[in-house]
Design a protein around this ligand. Sequence first.
Ligand SMILES: [Zn+2]
Length: 101
Amino acid sequence: MLILCPYCRKKVSPEETDHCPHCGCEVAMLGRLIHASRDSIKLALEALRDGHDREAHDFAYEAWGLKHSREAAAVGLLAAVSIRDPIEIPRWIRRRRACEV
Ligand SMILES: [Zn+2]
């Protein structure tokens, strides 16, 4: 997995190094956060598949809290629609739009 260094914006693989080889910025923690967010998205999708919509919504929130991503917003929207939550549906739509900028 490649990420952009938050300081110099060069591509870095946090699996291969704890620090950006270009500027020395610490990237290991960032890599762990992104992995954790992806794990939460996977758990949300599995919960949706199994019909555990409320649990899926909680996992989507967890993923969003770790990293604001289009994927987290998309699965959050799916879960919010599944639980027919009139407050969360527009919130997830706004979050998804915010990721498109
Ligand atoms: Zn860097």
